[in-house]
Design a binder for this molecule. Structure first.
Ligand SMILES: Nc1ncnc2c1ncn2[C@@H]1O[C@H](COP(=O)(O)OP(=O)(O)OP(=O)(O)O)[C@@H](O)[C@H]1O
Ligand SMILES: [Mg+2]
Length: 357
C-alpha cells in the first residue's frame, strides 16, 4: 500500500454547542477523486475548509503526505480551492484571473503567459485571455475558476459544490469535463456535493456524512449495493425500506419476515450478524423487484401509479396497504400496466440489504 496523500483522524469542529464535524476519520489516496456527500448542514464544507486551512479544528489531526498540517498556514498548504460561487476578480481579464497565483509566486511574465494559455486550453477555453470574466456564462466562469485553482499545480484540489449554480444540462456536461481534467492532470480531487448523482457518477470513493458524523466510506458501487445503514440506503438512490424480523439464520444468511407485507425473504446476506428474533430493516431497490401479471410471485398488489421515465417505468404498488416502489427497465419497460391492475411481485433476496433497525 502506498501512503495516503491525506490522513484525517478524529477530526472535530464545534461552534459553541453546534458540533459541525464530529470525530471524523478518513484517508484519501494519491490521484483519487474523493467526494463528501450528505444533506445540507452535515459538515461537508466545514471539513473541506479545515483541510484548506480556512478553519481551525477543535480537535483531531490532518496529515498531508505524513506531515501534520496543524501548524501550516493556508498559503503554505499544497492545496487549492474552488468555491460554489465563482469568485473571479471582476476588474481583471480572464488571463489575469488565471495567472493570478503565478504572479503571486513571481513567475516571469513570458512563462506566465504560456502557462495561462496551457490551462485555458485544459478547460477548453483557448484564446479567452483578454475577455472580461463578468461577460462569460456561468459554466465558462467556473472553468476559469478551475484553471485559476489548478495553474499553481496543487497536490490536492478542493471543490465545494462547484456546479451547483449551473443549470442541469450544463451541470451534467461539466461532470465529464471535471473527470477528464482530473484524469489528465492526475491531481487528487476532494469534491463536496449534496447531489448523489454527481457523487456516484464522478467519484472513485465517497464519504457519506450525516449530522457531522461519518456514515460510510466506499466506492459508488459499494454504497449503492451495500449500504451500511438505513440512512445510507435511503440517501443514495431510491429504495424500499421494509420493517421486519429475523426468523432464522443459516451461516452468513438470514430469513427475514417482512412485517407489513406478510411474506418472508430467504437467504438474505447477513453482514450485520443479526440473530433470530432481531428487529431489522430490509432495503430492496425498486429495480430488484420483478413484476408480472402471471400468477407467480411472493405477494400480490394493485398498481396505484405508473410513471414513465423514458428508459424505465416506475410503479407504485399497493400491497396490503404498504406502498412498494418497483422499477421496470429497458424493453420490459414498455409492458403496458395500468392503474388498479393486479400484479405479482418477486423480491430478489440476493440483492436486498439487511440493516439494523
Ligand atoms: N461559522 C459558523 N458558525 C456557527 N455554525 C456554523 C458555522 N459554519 C458552519 N456552522 C454549522 O455547522 C454545521 C455544518 O455546516 P457546513 O457548512 O459544514 O454544512 P454543509 O454540509 O456544507 O451544508 P450545505 O450542503 O448546506 O453547504 C451546520 O449546522 C452549520 O450551521
Ligand atoms: Mg456546504
Amino acid at each position: 500500500m502506498t501512503e495516503p496523500i491525506l490522513s484525517v483522524t478524529d477530526l472535530t469542529k464545534s461552534y459553541g454547542r453546534t458540533v459541525a464535524v464530529d470525530d471524523v476519520s478518513f484517508e484519501v489516496e494519491n490521484g483519487e477523486f474523493f467526494s463528501f456527500l450528505g444533506p445540507s448542514g452535515c459538515g461537508k464544507t466545514t471539513t473541506l475548509r479545515m483541510i484548506a486551512g480556512l478553519e481551525t479544528p477543535t480537535s483531531g489531526s490532518i496529515e498531508m503526505n505524513g506531515e501534520d498540517l496543524t501548524a501550516v498556514p493556508l498559503h503554505e498548504r499544497d492545496v487549492s480551492m474552488v468555491f460554489q460561487t465563482f469568485a473571479l476578480f471582476p476588474n481583471k481579464t480572464v488571463g489575469e484571473n488565471v495567472g493570478f497565483g503565478l504572479k503571486m509566486d513571481r513567475v516571469p511574465k513570458a512563462e506566465r503567459r504560456e502557462r495561462v494559455a496551457e490551462y485555458l486550453d485544459l478547460v477548453d477555453m483557448p484564446g479567452f485571455e483578454d475577455r472580461d470574466p463578468t461577460n462569460l456564462s456561468g459554466g465558462q466562469q467556473q472553468r476559469v475558476a478551475l484553471a485559476r485553482a489548478l495553474i499553481t499545480e496543487p497536490s490536492i484540489l478542493l471543490l465545494d459544490e462547484p456546479l451547483s449554480s449551473l443549470d442541469l444540462k450544463l451541470r451534467k456536461n461539466m461532470r465529464f469535463e471535471l473527470k477528464r481534467i482530473q484524469d489528465e492532470l492526475d491531481t487528487t480531487f476532494i469534491y463536496v456535493t449534496h447531489d448523489q448523482d454527481e457523487a456516484l457518477s464522478m467519484s472513485d470513493r465517497i464519504m457519506l456524512l450525516n449530522a457531522g458524523e461519518r456514515e460510510q466510506v466506499g466506492t459508488p458501487q459499494e454504497l449503492y449495493s451495500r449500504p451500511a445503514s438505513e440512512f445510507a440506503a435511503d440517501f443514495i438512490g431510491d429504495t424500499n425500506l421494509f420493517r421486519g424480523a429475523v426468523a432464522r439464520t443459516n451461516g452468513s444468511t438470514a430469513s427475514v419476515e417482512l412485517r407489513g407485507l406478510s411474506t418472508a425473504l430467504e437467504s438474505v446476506r447477513n453482514p450485520i450478524g443479526a440473530r433470530e428474533g432481531d428487529s431489522v430493516v430490509l432495503s430492496v431497490r425498486p429495480e430488484h423487484i420483478d413484476v408480472s401479471t402471471a400468477s407467480s410471485g411472493q405477494v400480490v398488489g394493485q398498481v396505484e401509479t405508473v410513471t414513465f421515465y423514458g428508459n424505465s417505468t416506475r410503479l407504485l404498488v399497493d400491497v396490503d396497504g404498504e406502498r412498494v416502489l418497483v422499477e421496470v427497465g429497458g424493453r420490459e419497460g414498455a409492458v403496458s400496466l395500468e392503474r388498479n391492475q393486479s400484479v405479482h411481485l418477486q423480491f430478489d433476496s440476493d440483492r436486498a440489504a439487511l440493516l439494523e433497525a
